[in-house]
Design a binder for this molecule. Sequence first.
Ligand SMILES: Nc1ncnc2c1ncn2[C@@H]1O[C@H](COP(=O)(O)OP(=O)(O)OP(=O)(O)O)[C@@H](O)[C@H]1O
Ligand SMILES: [Mg+2]
Length: 355
Amino acid sequence: MDWLIHDYREDDLAAVVHLIDTTAELGQESVFSIAECIGALTTRQPTVVAVSGGVPIGAALACVTGERAWVMRVAIAPAWRGRGLASALLKELERRLVAARVRRIAYVLPEEELLGEGLHNAGYTRRPAAAYFEKTEPASGSVTGPLEELGGRLLPGDLWAKVAGMETEKDLIERRIVLPLAEPERAARHGVRPPRAITLFGPPGTGKTTFARAIASRLGWPFVELLPSRLADEGNLAAALRTAFARLAELERVLVFIDEVEEIAPVRDGRPGRHGVTNELLKLIPGFREGEERLLVCATNSVRSLDPAFLRPGRFDYLVPIGTPDAAARTAIWTRFTAQHDDVDVAALVAPATC
Ligand SMILES: Nc1ncnc2c1ncn2[C@@H]1O[C@H](COP(=O)(O)OP(=O)(O)OP(=O)(O)O)[C@@H](O)[C@H]1O
Ligand SMILES: [Mg+2]
């Protein structure tokens, strides 16, 4: 035999991670991400490492849940493929699993990477009826650091799908805003610059806040709402805005929402106090625009009450009208508000008024 197989030791970490990382590109993929593999290594899940001439050439790792174990990855250095090393590693791994009272060992592999006859020879049976399904949920729950201090959070992943009707707005926002931000490289290939700031305008209750939240949900970015009333509580609104934007700059990615932005940036009519706040926001926007993976969404019922300088080209990429809710949106809204009452004729409420 040209190799020695030993139990994973802490000083193998870098080499094993390197093996997993480099071989993933060669098709030795797995349904377990590299982060999950590192998690298993650091929590000392069963792992074996093959070494030749003092150099790690392969590794096999598993995670155990009760009587079942999942083979997470068998990674073989390219020069050592096709020489029986995968089978040897798997056999050693199995010995450790059986010693840990495992009764069933599962190995989920991409269709094209079935290790030839190796798995059959090693006693594994393919479950023909099994298909692997996976759903990615954005992380939720507690967040820490600047995001928590700003009152921000990750929203559920389905808010975009829950926006009913409004196909024109949805289509526009998807093509101009969501896709360029979600796929910046593709956008660059087509000469599209991802937006950094947009303003949604429309009458009250037409779904501006709903859309802002849905965009954050769709992108999987944290949502931070800057509430003028909350910022004003800190005394000096302009200074509070400056501090909030400084904290926002610390976040890797974020959607910042300012509702009723005309309260912060009203037409500068010479009244004391308001001037400074409008100026401050105008100064902060260019800095915010320099970051990638960030989007400022402002909403207003009244574009006319906004300071004209606020809407000058260069500050906002798009002014998006959010029209009155269409029939599908009205149905969703009425259905939500009448959920407790089954005697309500939602269709009659949704139908356009005839008088
Ligand atoms: N297209 C839609 N699909 C489902 N629900 C919707 C839709 N549009 C609006 N709603 C619901 O209607 C209510 C009002 O919407 P929202 O708060 O987003 O409006 P808004 O334009 O932000 O209002 P305001 O100007 O008063 O801030 C919310 O409960 C929202 O969930
Ligand atoms: Mg709103």
